[in-house]
Unconditional design. Sequence first.
Length: 444
Amino acid sequence: AKPTGSQPHPAPNMGFMGFAEGPRPMSGGWDEHTDKVVMKACNGHPGDPGGDVMNIEAEQPIAMQPFVIPHAKMSTADICLPSWITTRKVEQLAQETEIGGNDILLALSPGFFPDIQILQSLWTLIGDPDTSGIGLVKYACEFKDHMLEGVITNQGLKKKEGRRGYYSMLPPSMLPISSSGPSFGKVVVLVTDPRYLIMRQMLVWQALSVGAGCGFPRLYEDEFLQCYIENAVCLGGEELERLALWTVEAHRQPDKVKIVFAEDFITEPEIVMRGLSQFLGLPNVNEELETASQQIVARQQNGLFCPRGGKLELECMLEVVKEFEEVLATLPQSVQAAWEDKMSMWPQLPHPRVASLGMSMQQHTFFVAPMWWASHDFGVCKPCSYAHRGLCRTGEDCAYCHEPSHPARKRESMKTRSRRKRQAANAQQQRIPSRTPSPRGLSE
């Protein structure tokens, strides 16, 4: 029978009933190298060079259900964490005193962990010297010295000179980001369609199983999605709720917390990198910004968040969202109703782009942001003069910003416009040189 309830952590490489070696999923890019990376970086093993990551307290209960994959559960919230994370220490993170105003936090959903290729560029941007030489990564946990939950579990935080970069899967209430007391100086919240993030989280659970030496689990999309919606397997907390809390926090502390959409790294990398540099208080022109931008562009050919497989990356991400909707439609009505209830808050969130995404989720459609959103989010857009009157003929393809928060521009009177036209015509006429008559005989 399958183990039930809380179990002591299994010895490395010890199998469990309920695990079956199955074919690697095509979308996850699993291969022998991936297994080694996960075993070493995500969990670690005694005697392994990367084994310092595993540091499990004997008194910490390890949950196994519903997929017989070992994980830890927070006692204060419905939050699952990797089994090697010490939940007692994580619960004290909000009171951490070794955080400095120069430290940068990246709020990163677990669904972003597989195949994420922007982390080194972000650490390069802020001047973190510890990530040079890292190429393409399989999982975010390869940057183990930057995972906040892992650092606090193993060696604890220590103040250092200069900027430090960390990432965390936790909600804002559990992190030191308040305006009073020790706090991260800036927080960047990476966002995309939660349906994509939830489906990609399946790969993280598979990684946790392999990393714990339990083999490759055979997970099924419908079982996983139903368990997730019923709050049984939520790494870092429930996705919709956590991202909603970060959105509210960004509205409350706009100078400290910034919402950044993953799609903008793909479509407008230069705007995003320069915008982040300005938000973080870095010089507009510096070597780190140039290097980080070049790294982003160089890695686009492989995919910044999702393996492209010869397709456009945004197309690949939309296919994952489509898969979510197809699986959701097969689940019991009670589960579908629970999902509708979870996302009911999103259209009311205080961020217009997040709210628009929420409306698309309610309609079970795909959300593709207009091209001006990235410029608007970083304050470098140019408002469309016709959008507020409903007269823009370009619509979603307009290069000018349609965000309704821009004040309506009052159109000049016909008299003023006519005068401007006359002035422009006179100025043009004055710039045209007078024509010299041709000598007699040449014009005949």
